[in-house]
Design a protein around this ligand. Sequence first.
Ligand code: HPA
Length: 286
Amino acid sequence: GQDEEGYSDGRTQRGGCEEHRRIYDRREGDRCPLSCIRYNSPGACIRDNNKGWCDLKAIIAGTGIDRDPRFCEGIVKAETAYGDAFYSEHDGIIFIPRHLPGHKTAPHKINYRANVELLRMLGVDGVISIYAVGSITRKLAPASFGLVRDFIDLTYGRENTFFDDAVRHTPMINPFDITLKAKFASEAIKEGIPMGYETIYITTQGPRLETAAEINAYRHMGADIVGMTLATEAELLKEAGIPNAAVAFSINWAAGLDMEGVSFLEDESIERIASRIMKIALRALS
Ligand code: HPA
């Protein structure tokens, strides 16, 4: 079907139709079947298997980072086969505010599948995903940021697969893309911030914070940092075959590790770290 839904600025975006499902396995040299948001007209770009459709990259971000105007301005809604997703596009980069504009959605309520499906529909072939976390070990202390090496998934009841009907077991041995990680690390060095140890992120169901006993148990399990979103997103990106590098920044010591209770960084420090990470991420994707 050729039916398209128009946006007020003249762009169009197809819904989750048959045609849509077919775009994923187009061949080198095929024309982009989507109304290309980069060149602003349908079929304007040609498939290059090294680059995807349009050489589009994306940043998915949440707490702290989503205050960046790029995550708030020019947001459009796109329909996917898994529900609505919200994104903006600035200078050829797609920005997805994970918790929606205005930080409205709790971690266990995020439509992760719609977000990842949107990226697949747009032909995005590189994502930097950014996460605010709590520190369990000194490998990533509060106010610092770094790359994530691996994750542990303790979530439950989330829609965390595209393969409900087909039996498909996606390997998770290398959850993150080494090329993208290397690019991020090399841009970080240029900013005078060496990326040292890569951390293990344990993903809790939330939305509550952890007990001190839980955090102690997670430390014994090998986790360095804790948050509520990474695993679900990383699993779906991997299933979708979209290269992803995850960057975590710590905003607190996890439960039981701070005499004061759980206290979070001040807004100004969060903003300072967020703008550094964004600068590095944008360079790494360009
Ligand atoms: N626990 C879980 N998620 C988090 C935390 C935490 O301490 N800090 C930021 N996200």
